[in-house]
Design a protein around this ligand. Structure first.
Ligand code: ATP
Length: 282
């Protein structure tokens, strides 16, 4: 269980995250939505300690995440993998090496410095690439891959950490709808098959509805919605996105990920375009 207790993060006078408390059980798939600047990235970055809290605490089991230092902090960051909108690969290195870099925190510093990987690590990396359907790219420089392929390499690298939790900061914001679907399907598969908690920031409401069992809506640093997609009513959407007007609708926060059947990999099913659910009587 991840426990975020009354966490605030300030940048000077600006409050990026304001007294947020959340309990996230192991194995949940959580989508965080909200306008640009709502505090979504800052919240994720505090969970894996790329940013520090100003007040409050973050706990995972008996670990006080927000005050870890040294080896214990590195151990936490291994358990808590993160992927980013811009993939953060090393473009001139081949895909296989990029994936094996996910093992760095598992190995001695000297082996890491010399970039010596064992046969077992190579096999593990190939298995991760196969799982993501991109094993044929293993020897290509990562920078030559498409955005969707690069994000899958980043996910394979995260899997090499054997994490308990996967944080994804707008993982599909730079991708076309087909690649967005492939990446979201991969995150869902990792969540369901491996029991890894996935917490992902998303700009697209329909993606959050389709893939996440729990949606957290943030506005101006605070959590203003926390519940299952079915509870995300028109009023809740307006509160999250700040709509006093009546012209907020799902299309404003949507890049449709309906994919023609002939473009889907075998076995995949097109996602259903979800409808905004208005509360009874609204
Ligand atoms: N390193 C920083 N220094 C100063 N201010 C920051 C820093 N990081 C974030 N902020 C500010 O904190 C607030 C929240 O930013 P954050 O990036 O967390 O929002 P977000 O919801 O993830 O937005 P987006 O969807 O555009 O990424 C913003 O006002 C932002 O300008």
């Amino acid at each position: 269980m991840l426990e975020i207790r009354n966490v605030t993060r300030r940048f000077g006078e600006n409050i990026a995250v304001n007294a947020v408390s959340l309990s996230i059980p192991q194995g949940q798939m959580v989508g965080i939505i909200g306008r640009s600047g709502a505090g979504k990235s800052t919240l994720l970055r505090m969970i894996n300690r790329l940013a520090d809290t100003s007040e409050g605490g973050i706990h995972f089991g008996d670990r006080a995440v927000s005050s870890l230092r040294g080896a214990r902090l590195r151990s936490w960051q291994r358990d808590c993998a993160m992927i980013f909108q811009q993939f953060n690969l090393v473009p001139r290195l081949d895909v296989l090496t990029n994936v094996m870099l996910g093992r760095l925190n598992h190995r001695s510093q000297i082996l890491s410095l010399l970039s010596i990987f064992s046969d077992e690590e190579r096999m593990m990396a190939m298995a991760a690439l196969e799982r993501l359907g991109i094993e044929k790219t293993a020897l290509q420089p990562a920078g030559t891959l498409s955005g969707g392929q690069q994000q899958r390499v980043a996910i394979a690298r995260a899997l090499m950490q054997q994490p308990r939790m996967l944080l994804a900061d707008e993982p599909i914001a730079s991708l076309d709808p087909l690649n967005a679907k492939i990446v979201m399907d991969a995150l869902k598969d990792i969540n369901q098959r491996d029991g890894i908690t996935v917490i992902t920031n998303l700009h697209t409401l329909d993606t959050a509805r389709t893939y996440c069992e729990r949606i957290i809506g943030m506005s101006k640093g605070s959590v203003v919605f926390d519940g299952p997609p079915v509870d995300l009513t028109l009023d809740a959407v307006r509160e999250i996105y700040g709509g006093e007007s009546n012209d907020i609708d799902e299309s404003m926060t949507s890049t449709s990920i309906n994919i023609p059947a002939n473009k889907l990999a075998s076995g995949a099913t097109p996602s259903v375009e979800p409808q905004l659910v208005a509360p009874a009587g609204a």
